[in-house]
Design a binder for this molecule. Structure first.
Ligand SMILES: Cc1cc2nc3c(=O)[nH]c(=O)nc-3n(C[C@H](O)[C@H](O)[C@H](O)COP(=O)(O)OP(=O)(O)OC[C@H]3O[C@@H](n4cnc5c(N)ncnc54)[C@H](O)[C@@H]3O)c2cc1C
Length: 464
């Protein structure tokens, strides 16, 4: 707990309207979308920062007094990356939510960290430009969180993830210095790419105060194709054949039977609940090349699917399908008091084995699973609904998770494709990263944050 005089000093540094100090207010900031009863302390203070000099002052103070600093965007990460296991000061960026500049000619946008991804997308699209990163909750999550968590989404198949759109960052170091990392240009080969080091660093190396993002031309058409399959084998065969024929969809996603039923109960989206698997594919690009791609695509899907293919040609029709896919997490929360959504990834040739293993393991441990994912990338989201307070059920979940991760590694994959490590996967990091590499990561952390004040207890524990 921060001593009262320190809180007073901090309030003096800031406008007190921007500080939350009551127990009830602070409690709300001890958790995030992981929403798990962690051994988490409650933060000592929550500060709504408004500008860079304020961030610098808080960091200098925190560094001098060795107070933990936890950055927070919308708090929607799934791994407890914003939780406060060691107390400290939460920096809330919702007041730093301005788009500072759009340069259509250079195809760049300069933003503050609290800007919502959807605002970035809409502002780009108004100028016929495009910002592709699309975590399913892009209507609420912030760019600071997406950069710090290395967020992906459905469109990663064609366009890559947030990391591919970060050109330059202004960051504040633990001791309050401003660093400018990268350049405002689409190419940059000067020195170490410290801007990319910040991507996925989960607020443990520096605070992102400003970002210059890359934009690309907006594709002139988009269609969404959906079809149902009666086995995972026919679904994965379809995906493999589509990709091998050089068709290049922007997104290839799927939902399983439990997800289809759960989503349909939640919001009546018009999904066929009698079917086992649904495939969702977006084709985007330019008018001329899409017709031949679409013909070939439907030909392949028709060979394996069990219904008539549905094609959505308008934005509204397409949105109906994608909305069903995006609400699957929210729908799963209706099945039990808690849901933990994972984000494992394996090489595509091992997807079928991995999917079957997820089902076998959750059946063995009597757990409810809704499986969805960005199947074109080999990225699965097993969403497990459980009651964390039920000791046996939680033990079953922990055992199932360990076995699933073991299988992921055996199949040549990794334990996080896009959600990050936070506290949720911290105890598994040494299973996936070898000792020497981990040691280098810790050296980097020490160089940026010698006093260990930035989001301590996330990704890995520092050696004492
Ligand atoms: C329903 C749902 C669906 C989702 N679907 C996807 C998906 O499809 N793909 C995907 O990749 N993710 C997905 N996620 C996870 C989530 O969208 C991402 O992790 C998200 O981008 C985090 O944004 P945020 O603003 O909520 O960040 P937060 O959760 O607030 O923070 C995330 C991390 O960023 C750090 N941070 C925040 N701001 C800063 C800053 N200014 N400087 C330094 N560090 C900072 C925090 O300390 C924390 O470590 C989903 C989450 C939900 C709830």
């Amino acid at each position: 707990m921060l001593l009262k005089n320190k809180i007073k000093n901090l309030k003096n540094i800031l406008n007190s309207d921007n500080v939350l100090a009551t127990l009830e207010e602070r409690y709300c900031y001890s958790k995030d979308a992981l929403n798990k009863a962690l051994d988490s302390k409650i933060p000592d203070l929550v500060v709504f920062v408004e500008n860079i000099p304020q961030i610098q002052k808080i960091l200098k103070y925190a560094n001098d007094h060795k107070i933990p600093i936890i950055s927070r965007g919308a708090g929607t990460n799934m791994v407890g990356a914003c939780s406060t296991p060691k107390g400290g000061i939460v920096l809330n960026f919702s007041k730093m939510n301005k788009i500072l500049d759009i340069n259509p000619n250079n195809m760049t946008m300069t933003v503050q960290p609290g800007v919502i991804l959807n605002d970035i997308k809409e502002s780009a699209e108004a100028l016929n430009l495009f910002f592709p990163p699309d975590p399913s909750n892009y209507k609420v999550s912030t760019i600071g969180g997406a950069i710090a968590q290395s967020s992906g989404g459905a469109m990663a198949f064609k366009y890559g993830t947030t990391k591919d759109y970060v050109l330059s960052l202004k960051v504040i170091t633990a001791d309050g210095r401003i660093l400018t990392l990268g350049a405002n240009t689409h190419k940059d080969a000067v020195g170490y790419h410290l801007n990319q080091l910040m991507v996925g660093s989960e607020g443990t190396l520096a605070i992102i105060a400003e970002a210059v993002l890359k934009l690309i031309p907006k594709p002139s058409y988009k269609i969404t194709v959906s079809a149902y399959f009666d086995s995972i084998h026919s679904l994965t065969q379809t995906v493999d054949e589509i990709i091998s024929k050089n068709i290049y969809p922007s997104a290839i996603d799927f939902m399983d039977e439990n997800s289809i039923k759960t989503v349909e109960k939640y919001c009546s989206c018009g999904l066929d609940t009698s079917k086992k698997y649904m495939l969702l594919i977006d084709l985007e690009g330019y008018e001329k090349d899409y017709k031949s791609q679409l013909n070939l695509l439907t030909e392949i899907i028709n060979k394996y699917c069990v219904n008539n293919i549905q094609i959505a040609e308008t934005e509204q029709e397409s949105e109906k399908f994608w909305n069903a896919r995006r609400v699957s997490y929210a729908a799963t929360t209706r099945l039990a008091p808690d849901v933990i959504s994972d984000d494992i990834i394996v090489p595509r040739q091992n997807l079928e084995k991995m999917i079957n293993f997820c089902y076998e393991t959750t059946t063995k441990y009597n757990l409810k699973i809704c499986l969805v994912g960005h199947i074109g990338d080999g990225n699965l989201h097993p969403q497990i609904a459980l009651d964390i307070d039920n000791e046996q059920e939680f033990k079953n979940y922990t055992n199932a998770k360990s076995e699933i991760y073991k299988k992921v590694i055996e199949l040549g994959g990794t334990i996080s494709a896009e959600h990050g490590i936070g506290v949720e996967k911290l105890s598994y990091i040494d299973k996936i990263i070898d000792k020497d590499t981990l040691e280098y990561m810790k050296l980097i952390k020490k160089a940026f944050d010698p006093n260990g004040i930035l989001n301590p207890g996330k990704i890995f524990e520092m050696d004492k």
